[in-house]
Design a protein around this ligand. Structure first.
Ligand SMILES: Cc1cc2nc3c(=O)[nH]c(=O)nc-3n(C[C@H](O)[C@H](O)[C@H](O)COP(=O)(O)OP(=O)(O)OC[C@H]3O[C@@H](n4cnc5c(N)ncnc54)[C@H](O)[C@@H]3O)c2cc1C
Length: 275
């Protein structure tokens, strides 16, 4: 079995794959500070820079490696969000994706994971033949890790979660390496399927200068609820059974760190308190 796509050696068995990558624009949570929080404990999204969710970039890299191993394959990126989320598709084009769509509509606002997965799965259904849906394991803002699995359920496709590396795709079968608590496991599944990519996967390649110049002003096609024939009762707030009861701001009062010297007495005292 080949160790991995994208590694050297081995002539690939060519199979044109229709790959869809789900990618979300998220606030860069590394920049969260007192000033970026609202009084009610929610994040002031407008005060934070946005990035593509890190796991989704890793999903894109796995898609790009698949495309290299199977020339003639196509990668399309799907994102749901406000109009500025079109940059998610553009950033993907800069790295080698073939196209993508922005799902944006007032009817999608206020979506919980159930409504988000409904809109994404409905759009995937409209995109025609699809062999592999790749998404991140978890978004750094919502952090539920539910959307990928829910999309698989809605599409009636098998799913493999926590994937670190796609090893091969041959004869309608995919072989992947999964990261689990105690190590890794190698799993096979039939296509079509949904794969959620773990944070331990390889980082995404940088932008390609030529594609950056070609696509920096690319118009990204936007789909509304009407465009994907969505049932409005299952979109946005209307389709979201989750209700946030309360948001609590946790303030750490005690430090878990202590400054100490290196004298024998101080070390002995530390040993005693640890014991
Ligand atoms: C009651 C309620 C109201 C909410 N209202 C809003 C709101 O108004 N605005 C808002 O921004 N959020 C809102 N949220 C948060 C929103 O539900 C989640 O951000 C969203 O459902 C995705 O869940 P997650 O972030 O936990 O993603 P995860 O399940 O952690 O994501 C897993 C993977 O799914 C894919 N994915 C997830 N979301 C998207 C997306 N939008 N586009 C493409 N791929 C995606 C990515 O590949 C991602 O890595 C609300 C949540 C609740 C409970």
């Amino acid at each position: 079995m080949p160790e991995s796509l994208g590694d050297s050696g081995g002539s690939p068995i060519t199979m044109n794959l229709n790959i869809i990558v789900l990618a979300k624009q998220v606030p860069d949570t590394r920049c969260v500070s007192q000033g970026t929080m609202n009084a009610d404990g929610t994040i002031n999204r407008a005060a934070l820079p946005v990035i593509i969710n890190p796991d989704d970039m890793k999903a894109l890299e796995q898609a790009l490696r698949l495309k290299e191993a199977h020339p003639g394959s196509t990668i399309r990126v799907l994102t749901m969000g406000p109009s500025r989320a079109a940059d998610v598709v553009r950033e993907s084009l800069f790295r080698g994706a073939d196209g993508g769509y922005l799902l944006s509509d007032a009817a999608f606002a206020g979506a919980d994971t159930l409504a988000t997965s409904y809109v994404l799965a409905t759009a995937i259904g409209k995109m025609g033949k699809c062999d592999i849906v790749l998404c991140g394991r978890q978004a750094i803002d919502g952090e539920t890790a539910q959307v990928g699995s829910q999309v698989a359920e809605r599409l009636g496709m098998p799913q493999i979660t926590y994937v670190e590396k796609i090893l091969s795709v041959n004869d309608g079968q995919i072989t992947v390496k999964r990261r689990i608590d105690d190590g890794v496991e190698v799993v096979e599944a039939p296509l079509p399927l949904v794969v959620t990519v773990d944070g331990s996967a390889a980082p995404c390649r940088p932008r390609n200068a030529k594609w950056l110049m070609s696509y920096k002003h690319a118009d990204i096609e936007m789909w509304s609820a009407t465009d994907i024939d969505a049932d409005l009762a299952q979109c946005g707030l209307a389709g979201s059974p989750t209700r946030v009861k309360a948001v609590e701001s946790v303030v750490l009062k005690a430090k878990e760190a202590r400054v100490m010297g290196s004298s024998d007495e101080e070390i002995e005292e530390l040993m005693k308190s640890l014991l």
